[in-house]
Write a protein of this length. Structure first.
Length: 292
């Protein structure tokens, strides 16, 4: 099947020009009306309240049509469970200086996601509300999102004949309709709280001030990687419960600002060429299907 030369050159030229002038390749960040200061929504997870029941895992699986967790797949201090193509969220338990402490892991929904900045086709997208979602109709399969994520979250369905990138979406469909994520709605211990990021930070600080002996004085996600929409409270330093504590406070996409202009032209045109091929072949495929 031949490539539509016109479409290829059009996208190649547009992308190359965009990169050459140091502007962002994609618009993965939600656009804002001038003067608009919409607050992202997010989730506050309080590990001091979590009892490790895994209800969040179970309802997440049901909500997204994933296999139900096996009865022998439960949190243990001997194994660190990880998210995968069948698990968008997992609970782990750690031996700490204050005994056993549970910790939930899923996509952090960065305020300025590295996965979105690395995505050449805007398949990984930061919504206006806050959730970071993957859009299959735009994905070219490069998996740059997996490489760029500082939290190692996006997973690829290697065993599928029609693979997708899988990760927590913060139940974006529910959020769009004014609802809350399934895990938050069904947590029996009220370890999860949904709201605007501003209100969640306020609540987190209040809990720390009112119970200084209970909480470690830090809100994970307030500044890490430029800030995230999933925020955490813990009774112990976050390193003790498996969190990365060596992340920078600036967002990772900010590292590339002003850098693109110093890249050799051949390096600039490579991603543009890939994008051009993707767009051209997609257009040609659609035309062929229509003709059939």
């Amino acid at each position: 099947m031949g490539i539509n030369r016109l479409n290829f050159l059009k996208v190649l030229g547009l992308t190359g020009a965009t990169l050459a002038f140091g502007k962002k390749l994609n618009a993965s960040q939600p656009s804002r009306t001038k003067g608009e200061q919409k607050e992202f929504v997010g989730v506050l997870y309080d590990s001091t309240r979590c009892v490790g029941c895994q209800e969040c895992e179970i309802v997440c699986a049901k909500e997204h049509g994933l296999p139900e967790p096996d009865s022998d797949d439960y949190p243990t201090t001997e194994v660190v469970r990880k998210t995968n193509e069948n698990r968008r969220s997992v609970i782990n338990v750690f031996n700490t200086s204050k005994g056993e402490v549970y910790a939930k892991k899923q996509c952090m929904h960065c305020s300025e996601p590295a996965c979105g900045a690395a995505c050449l086709t805007e398949a990984m997208h930061k919504t206006h509300e806050g959730p970071v979602i993957w859009r299959g109709d735009k994905c070219m399969g490069c998996r740059y999102c997996m490489i760029s994520c500082p939290f190692d979250v996006p997973k690829f369905e290697y065993q599928s004949t029609n693979p997708e990138i899988v990760k927590c979406t913060m139940c974006n469909e529910r959020v769009q309709e004014g609802g809350i994520p399934a895990c938050v709605e069904n947590c029996p211990a009220e370890a999860l709280m949904f709201g605007t990021r501003k209100d969640l930070l306020k609540e987190a600080r209040k809990r720390i001030v009112e119970n200084p002996d209970l909480y470690y004085d830090h809100i994970y996600g307030e500044h890490e990687a430029g800030g995230t929409e999933f925020l955490y409270l813990s009774p112990v330093p976050f390193k003790e419960i498996g969190f990365k504590t060596n992340l920078q406070n600036k967002s990772y996409p900010s590292l590339t600002k002003g850098f693109i202009g110093a890249i050799a032209p051949v390096d600039i045109l490579l991603p543009a060429a890939l994008l051009g091929i993707y767009e051209a072949t997609k257009s040609n495929k659609t035309k062929t299907e229509d003709e059939e």
